[in-house]
Write a protein that binds this ligand. Structure first.
Ligand code: UDX
Length: 456
């Protein structure tokens, strides 16, 4: 099938490439000339496992192409995907200007029947706005016999770091439409991905739009709830990791998304929780649970700083803090809403210097903060330890899971680790005589005898 995708951001690029891989003829349109030029040369603007080869292969095979020409885009596909950004407004509601601009563009150039597919995460009611926008422009362009169109909601559920796999093997494909013809077109499009059992769930447009928000908000709720219980466990002297296993064993709760940590980040959860709160307000509904989820998360992003500040008795001026992990989660270079940013900014405000390492996000950190003497970016995790007073783990990259504790001890002046992801068994760190703070578990302080034993 011929498909046009507007927006080669995260969602558009992954979706476009996977659709091409399934044999469809995909044309991706973006206003960013440099990005389009780069993509034609096989340069991928984001880090996502498997994406580079997928884009390069399909481009070579002629199934995937890129252009800055919107007219060409509109003429190409019967299916017109809108996958442009919906950044938060000042008040946290989703800014729809990019989505509505694409709607206008489609209406401006379409001469025959089209199905417009909303892939961007958009507030409930957006499909209606897109439909109205297109109808308005078509009315101006045609005195009678305007081309037919319908607007479908088809939210994406991909996770960064696993986006290609999520698109190739989706858990579910939600299609929001009441139009049989559009439903059939999308069934045909997704047939290559709809194997083993039927993953397609068809519903009305508004329910599909809300499904996307409800899914992300439910996951964010699980995380904030768990972070709340973790903080409580710490007050009570319980171990959240034991509690996690205890509750996860109940299949109604499950083991997923109950890992306590430093708060959720990324491009989706923070934005979507805020947007749903705003949507609720717009219909005079007070989303109490979501507000609590959001406020717990804001506090949680500060939790490591609070522990560090307390450990150093508020005196962080001139202290050198090693940070392992800057990306909001492993397998991505994305630092949007990353807890590392909140931590670093608090450390800098208190006069500390940060010495950081991340396997993928170093360039991104440089882009955000520029060259700054308060942020020393190191090429290795060992390099980040040199001359540091303490080590803080913010992202659970695989390579941080089994470190050389002796080397850590040799380098750190204070012999202390702050672990925001509970990567280590406290018993093991205990043997190394390192002071160990984690999340939802009491801090371990080595006893004098143990320190002496270690020295021998
Ligand atoms: C999320 C959804 O998972 C995906 O379905 C949706 O389409 C987009 O938003 P993503 O933002 O890529 O995907 O990351 P995800 O793996 O879900 O993690 C989000 C955040 O939650 C990260 O900051 C992560 O560290 C945090 N998290 C996740 C926890 O703190 N604890 C957990 O148990 C799980």
């Amino acid at each position: 099938m011929k498909v046009t995708v507007f927006g080669v951001g995260y969602v558009g690029l992954v979706q476009g490439a996977t659709l091409a891989q399934a044999g469809h003829e995909v044309l991706c349109i973006d206003i960013d000339k440099e990005k389009v030029k780069g993509l034609k040369k096989g340069v991928i603007p984001i880090y996502e496992p498997g994406l580079e080869s997928l884009v390069q292969e399909n481009y070579k095979a002629g199934r995937l192409n890129f252009s800055c020409n919107p007219e060409e885009g509109v003429k190409h596909g019967y299916l017109q995907f809108i996958a442009v950004g919906t950044p938060p407004d000042e008040d946290g509601s989703a800014d729809l200007s990019y989505v509505l601009n694409v709607a206008q563009t489609i209406a401006q150039y379409m001469d025959e029947s089209k199905v417009i597919v909303n892939k961007s995460t958009v507030p409930v009611g957006t499909a209606d706005l897109v439909e109205a926008e297109i109808a308005k422009v078509l009315e101006q362009r045609f005195s009678d016999s305007e081309p037919q169109f319908s607007v479908v909601s088809n939210p994406e559920f991909l996770k960064e770091g696993a986006a290609v796999d999520d698109c190739m093997r989706p858990d579910r494909i939600v299609i929001g439409t009441k139009c049989k013809q559009s439903e059939e077109a999308l069934r045909e499009l997704y047939a290559p991905f709809n194997r083993n059992h039927d993953k397609i769930i068809v519903m009305d447009v508004k329910s599909a739009e809300l499904t996307k928000y409800a899914a992300n908000c439910m996951l964010a709720t699980k995380i904030s709830f768990m972070n709340e219980v973790a903080n409580l466990a710490e007050c009570l002297g319980a171990d959240i990791e034991q509690v996690r296993l205890g509750i996860g064993s109940d299949p109604r709760i499950g083991y997923h998304f109950i890992y306590p940590g430093v708060g959720y980040g990324g491009s989706c959860f923070p934005k979507d929780v805020q947007a749903l709160i705003r949507t609720a307000e717009s219909c005079d509904f007070n989303a109490k649970v979501l507000k609590a989820v959001e406020s717990r998360n804001v506090e949680q992003k500060n939790i490591l700083y609070k522990k560090i500040e307390k450990h150093f008795s508020g005196n962080l001026k001139g202290k050198k803090i090693a940070i392992w992990g800057l990306a909001f989660k492993p397998n991505t270079d994305d630092m949007r809403e990353a807890p590392s940013r909140v931590l670093m900014e608090s450390l800098w405000n208190a006069g500390a210097i940060v010495q950081a390492y991340d396997p993928e996000a170093m360039k991104e950190a440089q882009r955000i903060y520029g060259v700054d003497e308060k942020l020393i970016l190191c090429g290795t995790k060992e390099g980040a330890l040199k001359g540091a007073d303490a080590l803080v783990i913010v992202t659970e990259w695989q390579e941080f899971r089994a470190p050389d504790f002796e080397l850590i001890k040799e380098n750190l002046s204070e012999n202390v680790i702050f672990d925001g992801r509970n990567l280590y068994n406290p018993e093991r760190v205990k043997d190394k005589a390192i002071k160990y703070y984690s999340i939802g578990r009491v801090a371990y302080t080595p006893t004098p005898t143990m320190r002496a034993k270690q020295k021998r």
